[in-house]
Write a protein that binds this ligand. Structure first.
Ligand code: SAT
Ligand code: MN
Length: 588
């Protein structure tokens, strides 16, 4: 008798019509066989799927060039499908399930003709974790198959774990013919099913990531009483050896990955990495909030990565690990076969090809590496990996950090007055767009909890869920807000950032341990500048005062904008957040 899993795979094969079905076992040997196939047999746009990089300087690393139209997530082609539109909210594109299935069947009919269908059994979370989920993804390209084994815990044993159960997370992925007009990322949260066609890009194609671990899982969390969040998880070790665990949510281009692996500028302090993108947060029996990282890899932006900005990432990339490392859409030095990108440690090579494979030099328009070029890298390569990374229980969280890139007004750091006030601070958070993004530079985009593109259901209900989780916590984490990006009148950054951010984190730890006081203001508690450890830094006191200065008269426009933004959620906005907002409006 076929199991539900086998029947499901058969059914997808009848629709997509692959030449062959291959069940992955997750072994190292298999990874290299897949890479071999990608180098020799498969092509995108005439290019091999994988090229070997210089194995001396970049051991176990391979290069991938995507289709030129397939370099980023495509939010306008991303849908959630529930019976009613209201559940999806205005923060999602919605399609009715019948129509969605019909359309997806049409574009998927025969989409794997002549190709191999890879069946990938994987866990999101440690297999022994009570919070982990057993998943199956199908794909028709080795790039995705190799990426998934880096990013997740892929193993044959997941098939036994699923056994004869119907309860497994399903993902059907095909690159199809990479036609942007037939590209759709379709979520069916009620069925724990994601169906994606037409793209090989990370967030569109590695279905365990944003599609399952955030959009679908956020919906599951709403049903089951937990939170799926777009957050870093890290441990902060103090000079006495105590480790405090925190999570942090920052919109893109705010240095989330750098934060997760930061090299501390304060002697005696050390950051331990548990995750750089996704956290699943559960209320423990002890009334504390516990975090696991459902992933096992990093899928990070390459340009700008260097020994200065993120030394631990460079060390991770250079390490010969058990899992392969992939570079996608960087430039390549044709003499040394090394990846090259803007802001890397290597000088400009004599002969370099850009991310599309064309001869490149700096006088040309456009960059050698695509601004969204990526590395795919195992967490186990990371020299600062926390020893709790494989703890099935996860880690207890003492603080949650929210932040954004705000060149004006928002102080370097403040602490919310309580959980509810902190949820309000996260609901209004936002970031100024950079030139690298498609949007105009310097425009403020509000991005609640950095989840706007990833909350799989109505964001008003999501705010309510955050408030409810808080009510279940006997020991709620403190909530902080950070802004590393304030500029002065000359347009220069006022705070050095990077490894010096540990100074701000140290203040937060002092607050968690009740060892320093703070100044109460309508937006929350602000540091006294004497409590900020600036040893070895040359920042004049007046400058520092400015970073912690809150004058509500200056907040008038900001508060009006927040009021308008939250008003956009209509009757779904929880009353408690309306009340928080009204209080802030009354303070300006
Ligand atoms: O692949 S991801 O969606 O994680 C990266 C991104 O595009 O934001
Ligand atoms: Mn992310």
């Amino acid at each position: 008798m076929a199991t539900p899993l086998e029947r499901w795979v058969d059914e997808q094969a009848r629709l997509t019509k692959p030449k062959k079905i291959y069940w992955c076992d997750g072994s190292e040997k298999e990874a290299h066989e897949l890479i071999e196939i990608g180098m020799k047999e498969e092509r995108i746009n005439g290019q091999p799927i994988f090229q070997e990089l210089n194995q001396k300087t970049w051991p176990n690393s391979y290069y991938h060039r995507s289709h030129p139209t397939d370099v980023a997530r495509t939010e306008h082609l991303t849908f959630v499908s529930y019976p009613d539109k209201e559940t999806a909210g205005t923060n999602n594109n919605w399609m009715a399930p019948g129509e969605a299935r019909e359309m997806m069947r049409k574009v998927s009919d025969g989409c794997m003709k002549g190709k191999t269908m890879y069946v990938m059994p994987y866990m999101m979370g440690h297999p022994d974790s009570p919070y982990a989920k057993a998943c199956i993804q199908l794909t028709d390209i080795t790039y995705v198959a190799v990426s998934m084994r880096i990013m997740t815990r892929m193993s044959k044993s997941v098939i036994d774990k699923i056994g004869s159960s119907e309860d497994f997370v399903k993902g059907l992925h095909s690159v199809g013919d990479l036609d942007p007009n037939k590209r759709f990322i379709m979520h069916f949260p009620l069925e724990h099913f994601v169906w994606s066609i037409g793209s090989g890009y990370g967030g569109n194609a590695l279905l365990g990531k944003k599609c399952f671990a955030l959009r679908t899982a956020s919906w599951l969390g709403l049903q089951e009483g937990w939170l799926a969040e777009h957050m870093v998880i890290m441990g902060i070790e103090d000079p006495k050896g105590n480790i405090t665990y925190v999570t942090a949510a920052l919109p893109s281009a705010c240095g989330k990955t750098n934060l997760a692996m930061m090299e501390s500028a304060l002697p005696g302090y050390k950051i331990w990495t548990l995750g750089d993108d996704i956290a699943w947060l559960n209320v423990g029996q002890d009334g504390r909030l516990w975090a696991i990282n459902p992933e096992a890899g990093f899928f990070g932006v390459v340009p700008g990565t260097s020994m200065k900005t993120n030394p631990n990432m460079v060390r991770s990339l250079k390490k010969k690990g058990f899992y392969p490392t992939l570079f996608t859409n960087t430039g390549i030095d044709t003499d040394t076969k090394e990846p090259w990108w803007e802001g890397c440690d290597n000088p400009l090579p004599k002969n370099v090809l850009d991310w599309q494979g064309k001869t490149w030099n700096p006088s040309m328009e456009g960059k050698a590496a695509h601004p969204n070029s990526r590395f795919t890298l195992s967490m186990y390569n990371c020299p600062t990996l926390s020893k709790e990374f494989d703890n099935p229980k996860g880690v207890p969280i003492s603080a949650i950090i929210f932040g954004g890139k705000r060149t004006e007004l928002i102080p370097l750091v403040y602490e919310s007055l309580n959980w509810q006030n902190g949820v309000f601070s996260a609901a209004r958070m936002g970031s100024e767009t950079t030139a690298a993004a498609i949007h105009k530079e310097g425009v403020l985009r509000r991005d609640p909890m950095a989840m706007l593109p990833f909350c799989g259901y109505n964001m008003g209900d999501y705010f309510g869920h955050w408030l409810n989780v808080g009510k279940k916590l006997k020991h709620p984490p403190k909530i902080f807000n950070v802004n590393w990006f304030r500029k002065n009148e000359e347009g220069k950054f006022m705070w050095p950032g990077f490894g010096d951010n540990i100074r701000v984190i140290k203040w937060m730890m002092d607050r968690v341990n009740n060892s320093v006081d703070a100044k109460e203001t309508p937006i929350g508690y602000l540091p006294y500048s004497k409590d900020m450890d600036l040893s070895g830094l040359d920042i004049p006191k007046e400058k520092l005062e400015k970073l912690f200065h809150v004058d509500m008269k200056e907040w008038k426009n900001e508060v009006a904008d927040i009021d308008k933004f939250l008003g956009g959620f209509g009757p779904k906005l929880p009353k408690a957040l309306r009340a928080e907002c009204d209080k802030l409006v009354g303070s300006v």
